[in-house]
Design a protein around this ligand. Structure first.
Ligand code: IMP
Length: 418
């Protein structure tokens, strides 16, 4: 049995990880986030009911599962507790089930203002961030002035450092960006204001995970964003501010690479991207409309329309290597229903003006619908050929295929936990 299973998005995020984490959590006793923050957005549909999670691991809907937030995550306490409230109001029992690393860096209101002010100033050169302060919070962490969860334990030194950071942030906000400063009270409300509620949730996640492994408990590591948004290996500078690839698990929750048994790469059957930056297989017109409307391609964090395009096997091949993928999970296959022709990008070529152009292979679409199909043998031959080609081009086998938003709409060829 594989005790530690990792889920990594292989594109620019929004691959449908939430549904797969939720599904695989049936076999795990713990789920961990290791990077990013509430810029992520995981939409889960269970028995027709939709839940969108940004920060809390998608395993929360399973009563007996512990959800852990590793130290590599940047944490907005107002957002964490708003999400907990929302879940509780929906009848989910959250108490005692969320553990937060003492090492998480805190997102301050001034980080959000810096993020927004910077994007405004960049105008057409903007990154298209989610505007949630993720980048500035990671900047403070790397600059070694950031405030962490464990700093809340000593309020006097917390306050002193908060004042220093706020002075610095407000200097930039006022003098460089020409916008209003952020007040100390607001910053205290967003941090110390949640201390009492947070205290019982604080834990040493690295130790917790080691103990769980030695007790034979199965753990799921839930990646946020996607490989192509990785700060080092992604489409820089149009990336997020953390490492999103599998290597981030070691730093993000203090677990050695040999403790990971199976790495599942999640990919949509086509490609989307939200925010700015290169996207070689992007399409417009009728095909874009088909993918966008059938796939409901609107950002679950910002509501922005996602850009849509054909499947990029050239990018996936590279990502498979970067992450030592064990297998693939292809999601949203049903969105391709009704298209007569499909295109897969097998390589790139550079045009004379330096633009990267995709080289495509054409494949036949299928008649009828694959929506809700639960067994590979029930898929039309064209859909099987399409999936086979993805396997050949990426060099990785497909273990799971998702044919609809619900937990039940899934074909599991091999269960990662067995
Ligand atoms: P940031 O992470 O808010 O700084 O945004 C940086 C880039 O990452 C932008 O292009 C965002 O749209 C993108 N991004 C961040 N989180 C997600 C996500 O969960 N899904 C898709 N794109 C994301």
């Amino acid at each position: 049995m594989n005790k530690s299973v990792v889920l990594i998005g292989t594109q620019w995020g929004d691959e449908g990880k939430g549904k797969i984490v939720d599904l695989l959590t049936l076999h795990a006793s713990g789920v961990v986030r290791f990077q990013g923050g509430h810029n992520a957005g995981h939409t889960l549909v269970v028995e027709g009911k939709k839940t969108v999670l940004h920060l809390i691991p998608s395993g929360i809907l399973h009563e007996e599962v512990t959800c852990m937030i590793g130290g590599g995550v940047v944490l907005s306490l107002p957002h964490l507790f708003a999400e907990i409230n929302e879940l509780e109001e929906a009848g989910v029992n959250v108490a005692g089930r969320v553990l937060v690393s003492e090492k998480c860096s805190l997102i301050l209101p001034s980080h959000v203002e810096l993020d927004l002010a910077r994007e405004r100033k960049l105008e057409e050169k903007k990154i298209g961030t989610t505007g949630r302060g993720i980048g500035p919070a990671y900047e403070d962490k790397v600059a070694r002035r950031g405030l962490r969860v464990k700093d809340l334990l000593d309020e006097t030194s917390f306050l002193a450092q908060l004042k220093i950071n706020l002075d610095y942030h407000n200097f930039i906000l006022e003098k460089y960006y020409g916008v209003s400063p952020v007040g100390l009270d607001e910053s205290l409300d967003s941090t110390i204001g949640f201390k009492d509620k947070l205290l019982p949730m604080i834990d040493d996640i690295s130790k917790e995970l080691r103990e769980r492994r030695s007790e034979g408990k199965a753990t799921l590591f839930e990646g946020a964003q996607g490989s192509l948004l990785d700060i080092d290996q992604g489409t820089y500078p149009f990336v997020t501010s953390s490492n999103t690839n599998v290597g981030a698990i070691s730093g993000g929750c203090g677990v050695g690479p040999k403790s990971l048994d199976y790495i599942l790469g999640i990919t949509k059957a086509y490609t989307t991207r939200v925010g700015e930056g290169p996207f070689p297989t992007e399409v417009d017109g009728l095909i874009a409309h088909h993918l966008s409307s059938r796939g409901k391609e609107f950002g679950s964090t910002t509501g922005r329309p996602r850009r849509c395009g054909w499947f990029d096997a050239n990018a996936l091949k590279e990502v498979a290597q970067l992450n030592s993928l064990t297998a693939l999970c292809v999601t949203k296959l049903d969105v391709l229903d009704g298209l007569d022709q499909l295109f897969i990008c097998t390589d790139y070529k550079e045009s004379s003006n330096g633009e990267v152009k995709p080289i495509y292979e054409e494949m036949s679409g299928w008649k009828g619908s694959v929506a809700g199909v639960k067994s590979k043998s029930k898929l039309p031959p064209e859909a099987i050929s399409y999936l086979k080609r993805i396997e050949e081009l990426s060099g990785v086998e497909i273990d799971i295929i998702s044919t609809g938003p619900d937990r039940e709409d899934t074909i599991i060829e091999n269960n990662p936990f067995y």
